[in-house]
Structures are given as structure tokens and as C-alpha cells.
Design a protein around this ligand. Structure first.
Ligand SMILES: [Zn+2]
Length: 404
């Protein structure tokens, strides 16, 4: 069975060192390069969709999380507080409290809504050590998160637009969702908010899912509202949530958020929590297993590995490498050992493009590309090879050759 922990080690993507602590993985350069490409993609997707990005710290005063309700409903999953003088500081279990303060940083008008506040931010869960494993369950989480503040009338369109962005991101990354789940209240009293608000929120989510096959899951709602969860399944059959859209009438109330409507009256916004691709940790645990480490070229750690046939081509290879780096590609040169061994190592590392430069190619400023799937292309000018790879990367295609 494919295990992202084993592949992560073989491909040098991340390491879990007991000295650093369980559930606190460290991203190595190859894993960090892939993650960086994914983060940039998601940020750009959001920017085009009208999101504004912020930075906020991963810890805050106890009072913040008491007000948000996390201490009341979520304390079991939070780390113990740290005393600092007269304050107690807590590692945050979610980004919403800080984003509510972004909203509250000044007065808001209906003209600013929907106000979409995005952040790839750190948060923490005090997971039991028995459940931790690789990147799939961690204690330090980097979440692709956003909070969209809008009017009640805007919620339906907002949720539909979020579902569209989720589908687009899944297509680019090669995520195959196992299903959509409408998570509703179940028996028990751990929920906040009144029945009418819950009923309204459930109705809005059901309407947004019209025509989308989904199951309903009583008892799976967040403590503050119902949600749409998009599920993935790992090779051992374990299901988890990768993307989510949640409606929340409660936090705007708790943080006393408001906007001025067209008539000048003070109104309460609705909060939509959403994540397009979940945490970077769980996303990569999934992607490593789903693609067996062979990521699409646009987020492959090394996109082009250059192999001089012998030392005579080192100058020519360096020139090709320079050209490719300047074009924005991630490039490495491997000059040591037999050519056969280096080609095999490139295949082991799932590098999408290997560029071989022998004496003839060096003389012509050319390169012979070998693709990860086994195909070889005739030698071509280095500029054309860089353009070819650049076109595939820019299209965020999973194919290794440009379309058409
Ligand atoms: Zn949130």
C-alpha cells in the first residue's frame, strides 16, 4: 500500500524528528518547494476571486478565545495556556477570532460586502500522540482559510462561488473528492445559536448544493453552524475532510460585528468560513499518496533535472540551467556518476523532465528531453525546451506536453 510517510522520506519531502516532537513535521526543501507552488496558486486563485489576504499571529489572549466560544466548546482540543505576566496566552485552534478582529478594525459599509478575508495561517490541535502520523494528523496545522462576511441575501451566491473555486483548485491539484457531505446538527447540546438561524443556514446550504450529489450527516456540524464538507479517502479507506464551507450566525453576534446598510441602519453580517484545499499538511498527505509522488509539473519540487553526459558539457549545462531558472523553473544539475544511474535516480525522484546534454547538444545549445512517463523527444534548442516546460507549468496541466 502507498504510504505518504514512506514516500515522503524517499522523496525528501518532509521529516518527523522525535527531538522536535510528534505531530510537528518539518518540510524539507523539496516538500517546501512543492508546497510553496501550491500556496502561490491558491493565493492567486483567491486574489482573482476578490479575496484580501492578511497575516495574524498563531496565538492570542485567553479572552479572545473565550469570546469566540472556542474555550467553551473546543478546549479539549487546545493546548494548555501559557502564563505571560497578567495574561494567559493560547495557541489558536482556528483563525476566525483574528479575522473577526480584521473585520472590526474599522466601521464597515454594505458597499464593502462580501468582504473576503484570506490567510494561509498557523493553528494548533492538541491531538493525542496515538493518532499522529506523518502529515495526515498533526499538532501544528497550516490552513488555507478565509472568512467571508456578507449579507444574508448574499450567502447563496457566495457559497456557490466558493464551491466553484473548490472544484477549480481540485482540478489543478488532481484531487478526486469521494463525496460532498451536508453536516447538520445531531442530538446533544453542544451547539450555539437559535433554531431559526440553524434552519435558515441549513436551507441556504441545501439550496447551494442543488444538483450536486451529496449525503446528509447529522451530528457532524460545527458547534456554531451547519457546513458542507468535501471528503477524500486515503488508500487505506480512511475518510477525511479536505474542503469546507460553513455558515455562522453566531460569531458576528459574539464579536458584535456590524455594517451600515443603504438606509444608514446598523446590520449584522453573516460569516461564511471556508477552506478550498484544507491544511497544507493533510493536502500533501493526500497528494503524495494519490499521485505516488509524481506531482503535476507546476508543483513538482524539481521540474527539470539536467544531466551532462560527461564533464565536457558542464559549461553548456550551466547555461541551460541559467536560462531555465531565469524563466521561473525549478532546476537542478546532476553531474555525478554514470548517465544510466542518474537517469534512474531522476525516475525514482519522479522528476517530470530530464534534459540530457551530450557533446552534440552542447555544440548546438540544445537539450534532449526525456519525460517522466518514458517518452523521449528529439534534441531541441534549449530555449524551446524551456518554453515547452513553461507552457505546461503555466497551464497547470497534469500532462507533460502542451496541448495541441
Ligand atoms: Zn473559521
Amino acid at each position: 500500500m502507498i504510504d505518504h510517510r514512506r514516500l515522503g522520506r524517499e522523496l525528501d519531502l518532509f521529516v518527523s524528528d522525535p527531538l522536535a516532537g510528534a505531530g510537528l513535521p518539518i518540510w524539507l526543501p523539496a516538500g517546501a518547494a512543492a508546497r510553496h507552488a501550491v500556496e502561490e496558486y491558491v493565493r492567486e486563485l483567491e486574489r482573482r476571486a476578490g479575496y484580501q489576504h492578511v497575516y495574524s499571529p498563531p496565538l492570542g489572549r485567553r479572552e479572545l478565545f473565550a469570546l469566540s466560544g472556542h474555550l467553551g466548546h473546543f478546549a479539549d482540543e487546545m493546548f494548555p495556556p501559557m502564563r505571560m505576566g497578567d495574561d494567559e496566552l493560547l495557541l489558536r485552534p482556528a483563525l476566525c477570532p483574528h479575522h473577526a478582529l480584521v473585520y472590526r478594525a474599522r466601521g464597515r459599509s454594505y458597499r464593502e460586502l462580501p468582504l473576503r478575508v484570506g490567510e494561509l495561517g498557523g493553528m494548533y490541535r492538541a491531538e493525542r500522540s496515538g493518532v499522529l502520523g506523518g502529515l495526515a494528523r498533526v499538532r501544528a496545522i497550516s490552513l488555507n482559510d478565509a472568512h467571508n462576511f456578507c449579507t444574508l441575501e448574499q450567502v447563496g451566491d457566495e457559497v456557490r462561488e466558493i464551491l466553484r473555486l473548490i472544484r477549480q483548485a481540485h482540478a489543478a491539484l488532481g484531487v478526486r473528492p469521494a463525496g460532498f457531505r451536508l453536516s447538520l446538527r445531531g442530538p446533544g447540546a453542544r451547539y450555539v445559536g437559535d433554531d431559526a438561524s440553524w434552519a435558515r443556514a441549513e436551507e441556504l446550504l441545501r439550496a447551494a448544493l442543488d444538483g450536486v450529489g451529496h449525503e446528509e450527516a447529522p451530528g457532524e456540524a460545527a458547534f456554531y453552524g451547519p457546513k458542507i464538507d468535501i471528503q477524500i479517502v486515503d488508500p487505506s479507506g480512511r475518510e477525511s475532510t479536505i474542503s469546507t464551507v460553513q455558515i455562522d450566525f453566531d460569531k458576528p453576534e459574539k464579536f458584535d460585528l456590524s455594517y451600515t446598510d443603504a438606509a444608514g441602519a446598523r446590520q449584522r453580517p453573516v460569516l461564511v468560513h471556508r477552506s478550498l484545499v484544507g491544511s497544507m499538511e493533510r493536502l500533501f498527505a493526500y497528494l503524495i499518496e494519490e499521485h505516488e509522488g509524481a506531482f503535476a509539473p507546476w508543483y513538482a519540487p524539481v521540474q527539470l533535472l539536467l544531466l551532462p553526459v560527461d564533464a565536457g558539457q558542464s559549461g553548456a549545462v550551466d547555461r541551460v540551467a541559467r536560462r531555465a531558472v531565469d524563466a521561473g523553473l525549478r532546476v537542478e544539475v546532476d553531474a555525478g556518476g554514470s548517465l544510466g544511474a542518474r537517469v534512474r535516480d531522476a525516475a525514482r525522484r519522479r522528476v517530470p523532465y530530464v534534459g540530457v546534454v551530450g557533446a552534440r547538444e552542447a555544440a548546438d545549445d540544445a537539450v534532449a528531453l526525456r519525460l517522466r512517463d518514458g517518452r523521449s523527444l528529439d534534441p531541441m534548442p534549449a530555449a524551446d525546451a524551456v518554453r515547452l516546460i513553461g507552457a505546461v507549468v503555466a497551464a497547470r496541466s497534469a500532462e507533460l506536453l502542451p496541448a495541441g
